[in-house]
Design a protein around this ligand. Structure first.
Ligand code: PLP
Ligand code: TYF
Length: 397
């Protein structure tokens, strides 16, 4: 029965976790997977999350099903985190939220919802992007098309991107990253979001915004700028949201599939379809992560503390970027790596060839994705000098 089925390679990013673990060198550096680490190299549970979990152990009264849309309080709290508490879109009741198993689950819901309800011909995705975007939309039977995002010299090519968007046939879907673009770290400025909005409106394109890093770029509200601009000005859009990074609850699988419609009636119609999509995939979402998020966001003191925790994570990564570029300065490479300071969030596209990435791994035990994507949070301050010296050696190759 199964004789014809071939073995395929595993996920290249997740594979780096194992490869790093098996490397016996003590000075190795792990810049592979996009998981936040503190300066000791640990991924601790946020204190607010621990508080919420303690509360839940004491006060949770049932483990019964929570329904296909998930918990209502989670839905309201995440909507106001994404759109802002005083959002017009929320006041007009144009937005619907379906709790999902992580941001990945939200993407799969989006893909299935689109396939069932709009039969879209194509989805346009930045080149490069997070590899799972390609897998998820292909698996749902949607054709993948690409628009340019960086050139061979590792420059963000917004003009080329916009030009490509202008050529897209009416009714197609465009996937955009809300902030902290994975893998490049290059984000749109406010003016660039405005220009994208105009093209989406003119060409009648449907934006799908993947928001997996709110709070890791410039701040919780700042990182939602593009999402809010588009939602305020368009009558149809989709957002896939993840709590994995900003609550540090990667393994609790907590996310959201958000639909924005033209009015409340339309929202209720598409919301009913979202419930079917969820039901046909996994029935009900897991509850624990969402209960934690609701407890933190719903309690003023805890929420404030959480905002500080997110700020601390963001500032640590920002500071590492500065430390690294300062250390590279000593090697005459400030200009060469100035991109590191322009980029936002967890990732930096360093403009390295796959051979240079292999060289860094073989010679120095420095692990990153072969595209030259470094997960900056994996760096510890005490490793910055070593990292700069290794990069200086690798770019001579
Ligand atoms: N979208 C992007 C761009 C990501 O980098 C990730 C990362 O993990 C996700 C979505 C999915 O996150 P989750 O772990 O919540 O499924
Ligand atoms: O890009 C990253 O490193 C994160 C984590 O299949 C991740 O988004 C990577 C691969 C994957 C799932 C999550």
């Amino acid at each position: 029965m199964f004789e014809h089925i071939q073995r395929v390679p595993g996920d290249a990013i997740l594979g780096l976790i194992e490869a790093f673990k098996n490397d016996p060198r003590s000075r190795k550096i792990d810049l592979g997977v996009g998981v936040y680490r503190d300066d000791k190299g640990d991924t601790p549970i946020l204190p607010t999350v621990k508080d919420a979990e303690r509360y839940l152990v004491e006060h949770e009264t049932t483990k019964s099903y929570i329904g296909s849309h998930g918990a209502a309080d989670y839905g309201d709290l995440v909507l106001s985190l994404v759109f802002g508490a005083d959002s017009e879109v929320l006041a007009q009741q144009r937005a619907s939220l379906t709790q999902s198993p992580g941001g990945t689950g939200a993407l799969r819901l989006a893909a299935d919802f689109l396939r069932t309800n709009l039969s879209p011909r194509r989805i346009w995705i930045s080149d490069p992007t997070w590899p799972n975007h390609i897998g998820i939309f292909s698996a749902a039977g949607i054709e993948i098309k690409r628009y340019p995002y960086v050139d061979d010299q590792n420059h963000f090519v917004f003009d080329l991107m916009l030009e490509a968007l202008r050529q897209i046939p009416e009714g197609d879907i465009v996937l955009l990253h809300a902030c902290c673009h994975n893998p490049t770290g290059y984000d749109l400025s406010r003016e660039q979001w405005q220009a994208v909005l105009e093209v989406l409106r003119e060409r009648r394109l449907l934006p799908l915004i993947d928001m997996a890093y709110q709070g890791f770029g410039h701040g919780l509200d700042e990182d939602a700028y593009g999402v809010r601009l588009l939602a305020d000005n368009l009558d149809a859009m989709i957002i896939t949201f993840s709590c994995s990074k900003n609550f540090g609850i990667y393994n609790e699988r907590t996310g959201a599939f958000i639909l924005v419609a033209g009015n409340k009636e339309e929202m209720l119609n598409i919301r009913s379809q979202a419930a079917i999509t969820a039901r046909e995939n996994y029935s009900n979402p897991p509850a624990h992560g969402a209960s934690v998020v609701s407890h933190v966001l719903g309690n003023d003191a805890l929420r404030q503390q959480w905002v500080s925790e997110v700020t601390e994570m963001r500032q640590r990564i920002r500071s590492l970027r500065e430390q690294l570029v300062n250390a590279l300065d000593a090697h005459g490479l400030r200009e060469r790596f100035s991109c590191v300071l322009e980029q936002n969030g967890m990732f930096s596209y360093l403009g390295l060839s796959p051979e240079q990435v292999d060289y860094l791994r073989d010679e120095y035990g420095i692990y990153m994705v072969r595209s030259g994507r470094a997960s900056m949070a994996g760096l510890r301050s005490e490793q910055v000098e070593d990292m700069a010296a290794a990069l200086a050696d690798a770019v001579k190759k």
